[in-house]
Design a protein around this ligand. Structure first.
Ligand SMILES: C[S@@+](CC[C@H](N)C(=O)[O-])C[C@H]1O[C@@H](n2cnc3c(N)ncnc32)[C@H](O)[C@@H]1O
Length: 272
């Protein structure tokens, strides 16, 4: 029996990411509206979670395969697709570093919104996305930007101050938010720099409750924040982390009666 734990998979199966995804639906839909999706387009949504972008893609008529490393999120995605009667959308388990079940040149569009960026081995990930896209197709990634002053970059930065340093050789997911890194990774996969373009875009998190209650959602259900609290508790610093996060969530909130927090991300488009 293989008992080796894959930390990448364990991180995202921890807690219940669907609770956070539920606060990301509006921006997911708005982003998909801009992708030029037409009926019958073959789309791979990689690191799809429970389908924040995969469901809107299917609703626009695309034939969508959602692939995610987390078993619980694949199950949640399939439940959502069935409930909404979407027969042109299927979720299956897979690893962005090795999409071994997916043949070459299959998809017109590969979408990965805050998904593939969290896989280890970024050069393998770029190679796999290019391999499964058909020549003439596109890859669209949404990647958080390191040291950006807005929400998610700050949340992950604060969290990292409480967690032990990563193992030697670990490549931060946030490096997918640096244009030169992205160019280098796709170049190694055979895509010249002039076929990679970048824009800054905004994703808004909407939660029906106070910013402090939203911090609690992250503390209870979001793997990276759960890990940060576990580490902080061991150091007797959990209250300090809670306070830092409440300050962050409150200062970035734009809503008077609920929580609405915008976050800047790097949108990458690759012409394959
Ligand atoms: C921040 S969530 C985003 C999910 C979804 N794209 C969304 O916008 O709601 C990151 C997702 O990437 C998935 N993921 C992380 N590493 C992965 C890998 N190596 N292969 C496939 N999916 C991965 C996680 O399981 C998780 O669902």
């Amino acid at each position: 029996m293989n008992t080796t734990v894959n930390p990448n998979k364990a991180l995202w199966e921890k807690g219940d990411f669907t609770r956070i995804a539920a606060t990301m639906r509006e921006s997911g839909e708005a982003l998909v509206q801009e992708l030029g999706i037409t009926k019958g387009l073959k789309v791979l949504d990689l690191g799809c979670g429970d389908g924040t972008t995969a469901l809107p893609e299917a609703k626009l008529g695309a034939d969508v395969l959602g692939v995610d490393i987390a078993t619980n999120l694949v199950e949640a995605g399939n439940r959502r697709a069935t409930k909404q009667g979407l027969t042109n959308l299927k979720f299956q388990e897979g690893d962005a570093t090795n999409l071994k079940q997916v043949p070459d040149k299959t998809f017109d569009l590969v979408v990965s919104i805050f998904g593939a960026m969290f896989a280890p081995k970024p050069f393998e990930v770029a190679k796999e996305m290019v391999r499964v896209a058909r020549p003439g197709g596109r890859i669209v990634m949404g990647n958080w930007i390191p040291n950006d002053p807005t929400f998610v970059a700050q949340l992950l930065k604060i969290s990292s101050n409480y967690t032990p340093p990563p193992p030697e050789g670990f490549v931060s997911p946030m490096t997918w938010g640096i244009e030169n890194n992205v160019i280098e990774r796709f170049a190694a996969a055979g895509i010249p720099a002039e076929r990679v373009s970048f824009t800054r875009d905004t994703f808004t998190f909407n939660f029906q409750g106070t910013p402090s209650a939203y911090v609690d959602e992250f503390r209870k259900y979001y793997g990276p924040t759960m890990n940060a609290f576990e580490a902080a508790e061991k150091q007797g610093r959990a209250a300090e982390l809670q306070k830092e996060l409440e300050e962050l969530f409150n200062s970035q909130n734009k809503s008077q009666d609920a929580t609405s927090i915008p976050a800047t991300f790097l949108r990458v488009t690759v012409a394959v």
